[in-house]
Design a protein around this ligand. Structure first.
Ligand SMILES: Nc1ncnc2c1ncn2[C@@H]1O[C@H](COP(=O)(O)OP(=O)(O)O)[C@@H](O)[C@H]1O
Ligand SMILES: O=C(O)C1=C[C@@H](OP(=O)(O)O)[C@@H](O)[C@H](O)C1
Ligand SMILES: [Mg+2]
Length: 190
């Protein structure tokens, strides 16, 4: 079993665990970890402030550029996206060429553990989490190769399981023009 020689990408709703689990899986596999929100923050400052000053549309435009640049880097690594990254069609198209892990959780678990202040879409209305998920769920399902629930297992257990999945993946080929991608159906793991 070997790792894919491209980024394994984590997607999913806000506070599902993309950043924290992505970091652990990268460590487990001995590959670099990149969080595209962290790249954004290094270049443009805190996301909540950016939303206030420049608006969500401008955030989405730059976010898509950051993601495209990170996904173009060759080699095995883990890339965690922000929860709304899948809204962009160009990003979804790029994800077709990568193994994609969807992390799911529940609103109850998120409201228990997450730091909401740094998430502008939840700061004033934490209950918006469920509504936003309902809107985006079809997009997550469209891009995902496998789904893990993060409210049912410890980070340690999940990191091992996802790392194992990434090692065994290794085969997904980038889509060829005019050909259908040989994508395995999205599997649901616990
Ligand atoms: N099993 C788990 N897997 C991942 N994160 C978990 C888990 N259980 C609790 N958490 C917590 O949930 C929060 C997820 O935050 P984060 O990793 O920033 O999510 P995201 O990047 O998806 O928004 C963190 O505070 C993390 O410690
Ligand atoms: O879902 C979203 O629209 C967002 C999710 C955030 O990332 P996390 O999913 O890592 O919290 C961050 O990109 C921004 O606050 C917007
Ligand atoms: Mg994150």
């Amino acid at each position: 079993m070997r790792l894919p020689d491209r980024a394994v990408v984590f997607v999913g709703p806000m506070a599902a665990g993309k950043t924290s689990l992505g970091k652990r899986v990268a460590k487990e596999l001995g590959v670099p970890f990149v969080d595209t929100d962290a790249v954004f923050v290094r270049q443009h400052g805190q996301i909540a402030e950016f939303f206030t000053t420049h608006g969500e549309a401008e955030f989405r435009r730059i976010e898509a550029e950051v993601i495209a640049a990170e996904l173009a880097v060759p080699g095995g690594r883990i890339v965690a996206l922000g929860g709304g990254a899948v809204l962009r069609e160009s990003t979804r198209e790029l994800l077709a060429g990568h193994p994609v892990v969807l992390l799911m959780t529940t609103q109850e678990a998120v409201l228990r553990t997450a730091n909401l202040a740094r998430r502008p879409l939840l700061r004033d209305d934490p209950e918006a989490w469920g509504r936003i998920l309902a809107e985006r769920k079809p997009l997550y399902d469209e891009v995902a190769d496998v789904t893990y629930r993060t409210d049912r297992a410890t980070k340690e257990q999940l990191a091992r399981r996802v790392a194992q999945w990434a090692r065994s993946f290794g085969k997904k080929s980038a889509p060829q023009p005019g050909a259908e991608a040989a994508t395995p159906p999205n599997r649901s793991e616990s």
